[in-house]
Ligand binder design. Structure first.
Ligand code: UTP
Length: 293
């Protein structure tokens, strides 16, 4: 069965972005001219996914409004002949969105379990929208291709430096192809000395519906949260799980520095501002050089 559905967990507290996330969702912070979550939706839509299940919580209603039709705005743009903008705001109107509240942000595993009634018995993608993948890197499509070949869950991996390993789920695995590992173990947020490798799980997964039964009976893990990594470790006892090593560009936009990097780099690719922005960056880098010399 093909991958047609995606879960986008967006119920976290976004504490690394306080105070911006006190009353507004982190996923709605704009990078250039689009909220973070729209990059993930567009990435999945480019792979033929058309059903989106967004896990939300308190203060997250603007996410629902964002993907809704705004007919008064459409009328206004029509009357003013602003066809390009009209096209832009309607570009995702063929997609279907369902929203489920998580209630309490008890962890990624808990968030994903909420989507079971919508996903039922199909394979599905999970995209964490604060991991922004450069649009020309076709990570999700490559993961779907691998899933279609092997019919096993696939998680995205990235080689990360030792000092950052404690922030991720980390795998042990056996290399089976150019960028493909058969996973033999998973550890959530290990200390560097306990990390089985430098291959960290990043925010893209292709999962099979058997994960829900595992999530349903799991207990809280690190940080008192229901960790998806723990559920995958449990599932590993029954079936093979693969990792696909991503070698393109990812921005960790859930973190202030990563968010700034994503903003700068995506602005440099945006036809609307790139030229002016490039000149501005050159100007300030010259200024910084003279200030530091
Ligand atoms: P993060 O680990 O980035 O957590 O979650 P967070 O709460 O969003 O941010 P910080 O760490 O406090 O700054 C990764 C993704 O999983 C979602 C988040 O919304 C984010 O998209 N998530 C996390 C949930 O939907 N529910 C949870 O219980 C936890």
């Amino acid at each position: 069965m093909g991958v047609k559905k995606a879960i986008l967990p967006a119920a976290g507290l976004g504490t690394r972005f306080l105070p911006a996330t006190k009353a507004s969702p982190k996923e709605m912070l704009p990078i250039v001219d689009k909220p973070m979550i729209q990059y993930a939706v567009e990435e999945a839509a480019a792979c033929g996914i058309n059903e989106f299940i967004i896990i939300t919580g308190r203060h997250k209603r603007t996410i629902e409004d964002h993907f809704d039709t705004v007919y008064e705005l459409e009328e206004n743009l029509k009357q003013k002949g602003k066809d390009t903008l009209l096209e832009e705001i309607n570009r995702l109107s063929h997609l279907n969105f369902a929203y489920i509240r998580q209630g309490r942000p008890l962890g990624l595993g808990h968030a994903i379990l909420r989507a079971w009634p919508f996903v039922k018995d199909e394979p599905f993608a999970v995209l964490l929208s604060d991991d922004i993948i450069a649009p020309e890197d076709r990570l999700l499509q490559e993961m779907i291709n691998l899933y279609n070949e092997i019919d096993c869950p696939v998680v995205a991996l990235e080689e990360v430096p030792t000092e950052e390993i404690h922030r991720y789920g980390v795998i042990a695995g056996e290399k089976e192809g150019e960028n493909v590992f058969r996973i033999t173990d998973l550890v959530e947020k290990p200390e560097p000395a306990e990390a089985p490798s430098n291959l960290a799980i990043i925010g893209r997964y292709i999962l099979t519906p058997d994960i829900f039964k595992v999530l349903e009976r799991m207990k809280p893990g690190k940080g008192g949260e229901y960790q998806l990594t723990d559920a995958l470790k449990d599932l590993l006892r029954r079936r093979s799980i693969y990792g696909y090593v991503f070698r393109g560009k990812r921005y960790d936009a859930g973190d202030k520095f990563g968010f700034l990097q994503a903003t700068v780099e995506l602005a440099l690719r945006s036809s609307a501002v790139s030229e002016k922005f490039r000149s501005y960056l050159i100007e300030i880098s010259e200024r910084l050089k003279t200030e530091h010399s």
